[in-house]
Design a protein around this ligand. Sequence first.
Ligand code: SF4
Length: 438
Amino acid sequence: MTEEEVQKITDVVCPFCGCLCDDVEIDVANNKVVTTYNACTIGTTKFFSVNETEHRFTKPMLRKNGKFVPISWDEAIERAAKILLNAERPLLYGFSSTSNEAIGEGFKLAEEVGGVLDQTASVCHGPSVLAIQDVGRSAATLGEIRSRANVIVYWGSNPSAAHPRHMSRYSMFVRGFFREKGAKERTLIVVDPRNTDAAKLADIHIKVEQGKDYELVSAMRAALRGIEIPEMVAGIPKKDILEVLEIMKKAYFGVVFFGMGLTQTFGRHRNIDNAINLIRELNSYTKWIISPMRGHYNVTGAGTVWTWQTGYPMSIDFARGYPRYNPGEYCANDILVNGEADAALIIASDPGAHFPAKSIRHLAKIPVIAIEPHITPTTELAELILPPAIVGVETEGTAYRMDHVPIRLRKVVDAPDECLPDEVILERLTQKVRELKK
Ligand code: SF4
């Protein structure tokens, strides 16, 4: 292959995790990804995944006698529209690994079919969303954190595994405008019951007892107000708690990044509420902010776009023709476990791999439409497959980084065969539903 045949594409955004690293460079030849630069191993794997079409759906597929057979897009769209229209309580779920444009189209479809619209936050950072709605939060962009932060706390999150470039691009191991010496000027504190890779890098590892985060945050808040705390809280000696608090009080600019170790353990949204209030109180001493470590690359976008459109970020029911919001009643798992959903459209997520067995057992009983490029546990349950182009690799789109900064994703190769962008698939489905309703 000559050098001329290889095209270098710069400023590519990685569509994998909420970091949305926008400094990736990719060499492409003959519509294949040849080399990636700057992406971590997870991001690199995603870019290279488009070279392989053996386990890929490249045409719409209908399950007949237990096997998938290809059908035309017109037939697939009509079948999908009828499934959703004929259902009394269709569920539209996923949306966190697609573009804002597709997320917006998902709302229109849910409204037309009177369905329940939910996204993956309901099983990850949903408690953060609820807590932030309750008490607000002190926030900053990742750029500001990179420039200013000198005390960095990861609480219940392990960026080394889930967001591999987070520490090197935005927090600990990067030089910033006011932190020219990078890590030498920063202190890393990790609060985690496990000896994670991030904990091994930390200056201080607070090995909190599993599920006792609420107690630890409460003790820190009490100590901050001068109240005497017990000798041992959540497995941490009082002297260690006071030592960490002194570091936090003396920070120039501090940040707490929190993950599912805080949102999905005992206490859930009350943990986040409490942690946000700790940060609020620390702001009496110095500048502190708190930020969720969002997983899927556009889970932030799903909540943001639906909030513009309906006022609500997730778990939205359109059964009465207008949006109603009640997490705990309209989350995907609630309506599956309760056996309410009688059809499901799953996009940009894999509940078949991640939902509890009772939800999956119900999914297996109802017609499932999967907008999904690859063979997954969810497609094993599906009756109809609508094959999408992969956003950020095979088609453009906009996504929100974990700090709510919108970033335009680039296309680097053409999608195979008949794959269409999610946005186009959802738009066509909505049009067909409107036609059939006339
Ligand atoms: S850290 Fe996340 S966004 Fe950045 S390259 Fe890795 S997977 Fe992609």
